[in-house]
Design a protein around this ligand. Structure first.
Ligand code: NAP
Length: 241
């Protein structure tokens, strides 16, 4: 479970633990939050470990998967959730912004899937759930505000479809595309953009992390055994253009 220390990832890790999964709480910088989550899961009778890894780095990803195998001996579910956004339009965005966004949001999915797929194939079973964004399927206006993020999230959808075919029939690979969800990631959004996003949303509110976690749980569970390569938009009805 990548990027499990805060926000949507934290909610997904919590829900998976509630359902009995033994969880690897990956974080990059939020060690205190990751340890808090581990404590919370333990208090509720669950089992987890924390592991610091920058998932855009192949060595770190190798360490994360090795630590998982040493502790639990298998990987049934991979959730690629870690993500960042800079909120710079094309004229302000730098090459470094582009590279970091692609590395954290898209390359990390490639690296984690590449590391975990052989294990899942060996088990003859596995579920991979990627977290993209409605930005990855939507056109403007949000794409204008976050072009590098939009491109990275569209890439996650394309990669999901390719892997769903390549890793079938052993491994199911699906992608969840959240609309705007109330997390730290939205803290950098302007008031004007917040108002615009809510106005575009038929359910007239932002989502809660738990609502994204519920969709991920479905795709990680046996209930979705006949679903692969699918894009599940969870956006309060915000239109996909
Ligand atoms: P968030 O609150 O900012 O949390 C981001 C998480 O990603 C943190 O746990 C962070 O860990 C982790 N992370 C960032 N860079 C990492 C790296 N290099 N290696 C490992 N972990 C890293 O964001 P969020 O809103 O929960 O977003 C979660 C996912 O949902 C992202 O992929 C995001 O693009 C997607 N999403 C969010 C929204 C939204 O409105 N919130 C909408 C659509 C899609 P540390 O703090 O430990 O660094």
């Amino acid at each position: 479970m990548t990027g499990a220390s805060r926000g949507i990832g934290r909610a997904i890790a919590t829900k998976l633990a509630e359902e009995g999964a033994r969880v690897v709480i990956n974080y990059n910088s939020s060690s205190k939050e990751a340890e808090d989550l581990q404590r919370q899961i333990a208090e509720e009778g669950g089992e987890s470990i924390t592991y610091k890894a920058d998932v855009s780095n192949s060595k770190d990803v190798g360490g994360l998967v090795d630590a998982t195998m040493r502790k639990f001996g298998r990987v049934d579910i991979l959730v690629n959730n870690a993500g960042i956004v800079f909120r710079k339009k094309i004229l302000e965005a730098t090459e470094e912004d582009w590279d970091r966004t692609m590395d954290v949001n898209l390359k990390s999915v490639f690296l984690c899937c590449k590391a975990v797929a052989p294990i899942m194939i060996g088990q003859k079973r596995g579920k991979i759930v990627n977290v993209s964004s409605i930005s990855g399927v939507n056109g403007p206006p949000s794409a204008v505000e976050i072009p590098d993020y939009t491109a990275s999230k569209a890439g996650v959808i394309g990669l999901t479809r390719a892997l769903a075919v390549d890793l079938a029939p052993m491994v199911n690979v699906n992608v969840v595309c959240p609309g705007a969800v109330e997390t730290d990631m939205l803290a950098t959004m302007t008031e004007q953009a917040r108002t615009a996003r809510i106005a575009e949303t038929p359910l007239r509110r932002f989502g809660r992390p738990e609502e994204i976690a519920a969709a991920v749980l479905f795709l990680a569970s046996d209930d979705s055994d006949f679903v692969t390569g699918e894009t599940l938009v969870v956006s309060g009805g915000r239109p996909v253009m």
